[in-house]
Design a binder for this molecule. Structure first.
Ligand SMILES: NC(=O)c1ccc[n+]([C@@H]2O[C@H](COP(=O)([O-])OP(=O)(O)OC[C@H]3O[C@@H](n4cnc5c(N)ncnc54)[C@H](OP(=O)(O)O)[C@@H]3O)[C@@H](O)[C@H]2O)c1
Length: 250
């Protein structure tokens, strides 16, 4: 049985990671501001990591604005890495985004790259999981891309994944040997981004029009056809988007 602290353990992925690890017989502790652990101010961090074998960071910045996101990921990661070293935590796991290094046009992704670089340079034994876009994230992608009722999106390829499958992968990685590198995880199917969002909106009877525009930016970044697609070594999960949609729109 491993003792795992899940930072952001109340969030979408974090709550599922805690549930998976618990089901697998491990002792998983959800840590977040609500439970008195704030990785930005440092409050409660040393205390919660005291007896941890592993730390999993699946927290997220409350704001995607450039300065706020950069401050969140750099301050939070610096505090967590320092406390993990002091507590002799054996494995540091963080969740980031497939293609982050190709998405430097996005302020949010620049903050995620900074987070990853801090971990890689820290000397801790680490694993970074790169996930593709979560199925649960499709409405946010639509909302950010909407102007006057028109959703303008790149037709670049995406290979989205269910949050449950991301959590399964993160939980497996957490209790495995440190990868000292990146594991990519993705869903089983590829879609053009505009088609995926159009499909999701129409399944929800959302009448917004989706327009394919190769110049449309994704969280600030221009996309090429395969920018968001993982490499050949990615772990591919089973849940299909249509089946997930059927369950979630029932
Ligand atoms: N969305 C995607 O498609 C996608 C794809 C790949 C990777 N990712 C990555 O997945 C990660 C998790 O995303 P998510 O959607 O699961 O996030 P989420 O649901 O927004 O949850 C964020 C978590 O972070 C916690 N948190 C916020 N501020 C904190 C602080 N100062 N100290 C400690 N914890 C704090 C929150 O705690 P409270 O509940 O107390 O506020 C919450 O538990 C992110 O790092 C994101 O970059 C996302």
């Amino acid at each position: 049985m491993a003792r795992v602290v899940v930072i952001g353990g109340t969030g979408l992925i974090g709550s599922k990671v805690v549930a998976q690890l618990t089901e697998d017989g491990h002792e998983a502790t959800a840590a977040s501001p609500n439970s008195g652990v704030n990785t930005v101010t440092g409050e409660g961090v040393a205390e919660v990591l005291q007896d941890a074998d592993m730390v999993v960071d699946v927290s997220n910045s409350p704001s995607f604005e450039e300065k706020a996101a950069m401050e969140f990921f750099t301050t939070s990661t610096t505090n967590l890495l320092r406390a993990s070293a002091a507590a002799h935590v054996g494995h540091y796991v963080a969740l980031s985004v497939v293609g982050a290094q190709r998405l430097t046009g996005s302020p949010y992704l620049r903050a995620k790259i900074a987070q990853e670089e801090l971990i890689e340079r820290s000397g801790v034994d680490y694993s970074i999981v790169h996930a593709t876009q979560f199925f649960e994230f499709v409405n946010s992608i639509a909302d950010v891309a909407t102007v006057d009722g028109i959703v303008r999106l790149s037709p670049a390829l995406v290979q989205p994944i269910a949050a449950d499958d991301v959590a399964r992968a993160v939980a497996d990685v957490a209790v495995g040997e440190p990868i000292k590198g990146v594991l990519e995880v993705a869903g089983p199917e590829q879609f053009a981004l505009d088609d995926l969002i159009g499909k999701a909106l129409s399944r929800q009877a959302d009448r917004r029009t989706v327009v394919a525009d190769p110049q449309a930016r994704y969280y600030g970044a221009l996309l090429e056809e395969r920018t968001l697609i993982p490499g050949d070594d990615a772990r591919i999960s089973g849940t299909r988007f249509d089946d997930w949609m059927t369950r979630h729109t029932a």
